[in-house]
Design a protein around this ligand. Structure first.
Ligand SMILES: Nc1ncnc2c1ncn2[C@@H]1O[C@H](COP(=O)(O)OP(=O)(O)O)[C@@H](O)[C@H]1O
Ligand SMILES: [Mg+2]
Length: 157
């Protein structure tokens, strides 16, 4: 699935829409170059899940994993840019965290097989702020297909 998000506002709306469809156990991989808007999208999803504005959502660049528990569902936010060895995923507690939260992983698609058989991969392209972002959403299994079908369906009133 391909969508154009011409503005930050459109990106926020997409995050809110995704938030309304995600549930515990779902895994969202976020790909795209530095400055693409991955963390921006995590923030939008988190706000959609009722994480209060006062809780900052930043990339867990050094700790690699943040647990966010102030929303209506627990969120695990990972940034695996610095991870080389998939053997370290267990030590980070990620496989276990996935079972009890909505997990959003920046720079993690290369570890997808090690983490979960299912979910979606959201690739954000285009860093030129004036031109917005081109977003590609791919499914990795039946649950991923269901999420994309729901995204395609007309928005519920
Ligand atoms: N649809 C959009 N159009 C224009 N700019 C956007 C859009 N979505 C996000 N941005 C901007 O892109 C920047 C991306 O930063 P960030 O989320 O930190 O990127 P990443 O985590 O991918 O490195 C944000 O500052 C945000 O203002
Ligand atoms: Mg980031």
């Amino acid at each position: 699935m391909e969508i154009e998000l011409p503005t930050r506002r459109a990106m926020r709306r997409f995050g809110a829409r995704l938030a309304s469809l995600l549930r515990e156990g779902d895994v969202v991989f976020l790909e795209g170059p530095l400055g693409a808007g991955k963390t921006f999208l995590v923030r939008a999803i988190a706000r959609g899940l009722r994480v209060p504005e006062r809780e900052p959502i930043t990339s867990p660049t050094f700790t690699l994993v943040h647990e966010i528990t102030s929303g209506r569902v627990a969120i695990t936010h990972a940034d695996l840019y610095r991870l080389d060895d998939p053997g370290e995923l267990d030590a980070l507690g990620l496989p276990e965290a996935i079972t009890r939260s909505i997990t959003i992983v920046e720079w993690g698609a290369r570890f997808a097989e090690h983490l979960a058989p299912d979910g979606i991969v959201v690739t954000i392209g285009g860093r030129d702020a004036a031109r917005g972002r081109h977003v590609t959403i791919a499914s990795r299994g039946p649950r991923g297909v269901a999420i994309i079908d729901a995204l395609r369906a007309p928005e519920a009133q």
